[in-house]
Write a protein that binds this ligand. Structure first.
Ligand code: FAD
Length: 448
């Protein structure tokens, strides 16, 4: 009898255990529900919607080629999924397990009706526990435990599918209205190719130079990282496919980074509120009001007067992606130099990143803010000017902050300090030393 596969952040057909299980049982139909209710405040951001539009078009084509169809619907998943299953006369609903608290709740609402399969991680995080049976809170031991389960199973190809004779109606993709008109991101996002084919192409490109990863991954001017994060988030490529395609090429360093993605999911499982604003407040007196709002706006626009921070924020706006080193520096700048609550930054990232991922985003912001499970202490303050020099960001700055493009390698990291800032480049929002003192003072005076 017919089977339904409920797709969410697993928009692929290869190495997809839920799809394979469904295909073994009978004629199969895919379903995607655009659900802006279940995630609450974490409904899809603007850049993710752009990505999703193209990714759904690609998935629909893949399913048609394999002999099946993708049905599109809108509404609350816990209502729509069973309703479509009923229309189809399906005897089984299959889905990939996800770790966002709202998805876990929705999965529970489906009870035994939905069969959950693993497919989003290298190894099921719920099955990785300390000797005492608790979830790991520190990354090192988690990684060692994960490693003992590696290699992950070999990826499996897409199954052949058949279509049931009677299909439920589908909305049209255009009716989802996912493509934003304002801002019109079409130009900046043009280099991305959402969908499994785009992911495979990006993967091939990365495999060729993956041996440089360890030595160059921290240098934002170089194209040394995989740029696979949006494909991984939307599940167009499984972490197991990535792990096997790479073999030893990216080295231990790459496998350790990829494993952070699993670790974040482990954190989201252990702490349902990792993305929540009120979680484990540090008791710091953060800044609020007009001046703080103006600083926040300058940060979002890449007009802080700190070249590396501005380059990162402008790359984010233009490409929907930011280099990891720049994410660390920009996030730290917001939280420590500007003393603004981390979740305002996390929300901005959520709306503007094509790889916006609840577990990765929340966990990394909390790491920076010093409030997460395995965090950098608050009093470690990243110095943006020094980082810029240390990681050779000159060409990165030239690319994203064109008003500084003519400055020399020696001047470009700190144009105000060197007295060479052009008239159209903003003055620093705050002097580095002053910011450091202010942050440490706030930390000393914290109330809890
Ligand atoms: P590579 O270096 O090639 O790494 C391969 C993959 O490993 C990545 O695609 C990603 O899936 C995973 N990975 C690498 N680093 C991390 C990490 N620190 N934490 C978790 N997973 C990691 N990543 C997201 O996918 N979505 C987010 O919303 C997100 N928000 C972030 C916010 C902040 C403040 C910071 C500091 C980091 C954030 N990251 C996020 C993690 C990291 O910056 C990106 O995953 C990485 O830059 C993506 O580029 P890449 O694919 O070239 O990474």
């Amino acid at each position: 009898s017919p089977q339904l596969v409920w797709f969410r952040q697993d928009l692929r057909t290869a190495d997809h255990p839920a799809l394979i299980a469904a295909a073994e049982k009978g004629p199969t139909v895919g379903l995607y529900v655009l659900d802006d209710e279940t995630p609450g405040k974490w409904k899809l951001g603007g850049a993710s919607r752009w990505w999703l539009h193209h990714s759904l078009a690609a998935l629909s084509e893949e399913l048609e080629k394999l002999g099946s169809t993708l049905i599109l619907r809108r509404g609350r998943s816990s209502r729509v999924v069973p309703a479509v299953a009923k229309e189809l006369g399906a005897s089984g609903i299959h889905a990939t397990r996800h770790y966002e608290p709202w998805w876990r709740e929705a999965e529970c609402e489906h009870g035994d009706f939905a069969i959950l399969h693993h497919g989003d991680v290298l190894h099921e995080p719920g099955a990785i526990r300390s000797g005492a049976g608790h979830p790991f809170k520190i990354y090192g031991p988690y990684y060692r435990a994960l490693e003992s389960h590696m290699p992950p199973p070999e990826p499996v190809p897409a199954p052949k599918l058949t279509r049931p004779s009677k299909l439920p109606n589908s909305d049209k993709l255009e009716e989802f209205d996912l493509l934003p008109t304002k801002p019109d991101w079409a130009q900046g996002f043009a280099d991305w190719t959402p969908g499994s084919k785009g992911a495979a192409r990006q993967l091939r490109r990365f495999v060729d130079h993956a041996s440089d990863y360890g030595a160059h991954r921290d240098h934002p001017a170089e194209d040394a990282t995989s740029r696979l994060s949006p494909h991984l988030h939307h599940g167009e490529l499984s972490p197991r496919q990535l792990w096997h395609a790479l073999g030893r090429k990216g080295g231990e360093k790459f496998r350790r980074e990829l494993a952070w993605r699993d670790f974040s999911r482990n954190v989201a499982l252990a702490d349902r509120q990792v993305g929540d604003t009120a979680q484990r407040p540090l008791g710091l007196r953060t800044r609020h009001g007009k001046a703080a709002d103006a600083d926040f706006k300058a940060w979002t626009r890449g007009r802080t007067g700190y070249p590396l921070v501005d380059a990162g924020m402008r790359q984010l706006w233009f490409e929907g992606w930011m280099h990891n080193r720049a994410r660390l520096v920009t996030a730290s700048f917001l939280v420590k130099h500007l003393l603004i609550d981390w979740w305002r930054g996390a929300e901005w990232f959520w709306d503007t990143l094509v790889d916006a991922d609840y577990a990765n985003n929340s966990q990394n912001w909390q790491w920076i803010a010093g409030t997460g499970f395995d965090s950098q202490p608050f009093y470690r303050i990243i110095a943006p000017l020094t980082q810029s020099e240390k990681f050779d960001a000159a060409d990165y700055i030239r690319r994203w902050v064109p008003e500084l493009a003519r400055l020399s390698d020696a001047d470009i990291h700190d144009p105000w300090g060197r007295g060479v800032a052009p008239a159209d480049y903003p003055e620093p929002l705050i002097d580095h030393r002053e910011a450091r003192e202010r942050a440490l003072e706030a930390f000393r005076k914290r109330t809890s």
